[in-house]
Design a protein around this ligand. Structure first.
Ligand SMILES: N[C@@H](CCC(=O)N[C@@H](CS)C(=O)NCC(=O)O)C(=O)O
Length: 239
């Protein structure tokens, strides 16, 4: 039998990127990483835009997609569903459980991710302190953490068993301090966060390009050029 060809993962070590390395490590699907340095504008490379027209990572190319044909995908939620269906893991089979998982995945994609992203921005990156925006987004993240905390008081994981819904949310709870949150206020969420953080696959996933992430933390990777590329006006966004 022929060896499975690796999935190509277009990646940078951010919460949305971590979702996919966690799933690839958990499912043991073979993969290779193609770094997309978003602090240097690589998300605007024409070749990358062909597979990720929204100029954001993560994205994948599976050389052995449906029908044995190559498949490219962007949007982390779609990628997680694809990988779960391909591997047959971390996605419930029974319909009610499947839709429960899907609703928590959508909760992350449409709520937690975007709101926590804005909280990161206004708490950490905005060139001026805008109290209204900081309060608006940290309050919304606080509310969303409470929603998860209540759910995790009745269920071990967001959708019953450990699934891609947890893999989508966990990387966004990881930088909770940068979102102005204290996990001690959310005991069920804290239990869930610590349990998942101990999984060997999650720890391996966080090591992928970790040096790039750590540079960002120490400030050396997030300089004026990165600020201009990610948060500047349109000059870098012309395609
Ligand atoms: N909804 C997208 C969001 C992806 C996203 O926001 N990626 C960011 C890094 S976390 C990015 O690539 N930003 C580059 C840019 O905005 O130019 C997903 O879930 O895949």
């Amino acid at each position: 039998m022929s060896q499975q060809q690796p999935i190509k993962l277009y990646y940078w070590p951010t919460p949305n990127g971590h979702k996919i390395t966690i799933m690839l490590e958990e499912s043991r699907l073979p993969y290779e990483v193609e770094p997309v340095n978003i602090t240097r504008g690589h998300q605007f490379d024409p070749e990358f835009l062909k597979i990720a027209p929204n100029n954001k990572m993560p994205a994948i190319i599976d050389p052995e997609g449906p029908g044995g044909e190559p498949l490219s995908l962007f949007e982390s939620g779609a990628i997680l569903i694809y990988l779960a269906e391909k591997s047959g893991r971390f996605i419930p089979e029974e319909p009610a459980a499947y839709y429960s998982m899907l609703q928590w995945l959508m909760f992350q994609m449409g709520g937690l991710g975007p709101m926590a992203g804005q909280a990161h921005h206004f708490c950490n990156y905005a060139p001026e302190t805008i109290d209204y925006a900081i309060t608006r987004y940290t309050s919304e993240v606080y509310r969303l953490y409470n929603v998860m905390d209540r759910r995790l008081g009745e269920s071990e994981y967001l959708a019953g068993e450990y699934s891609i819904a947890d893999m989508a949310s966990w990387p966004w709870v990881r930088p909770h301090e940068r979102q102005g949150q204290d996990l001690a206020e959310f005991p069920n969420l804290k239990r869930w966060f610590e349990t998942i953080g101990e999984r060997p696959a999650v720890q391996r996933a966080l090591e992928v390009l970790a040096e790039a992430r750590d540079q960002g933390k120490s400030g050396t990777g997030f300089d004026e050029k990165a600020r201009e590329i990610l948060f500047g006006d349109q000059q870098y966004r012309q395609q």
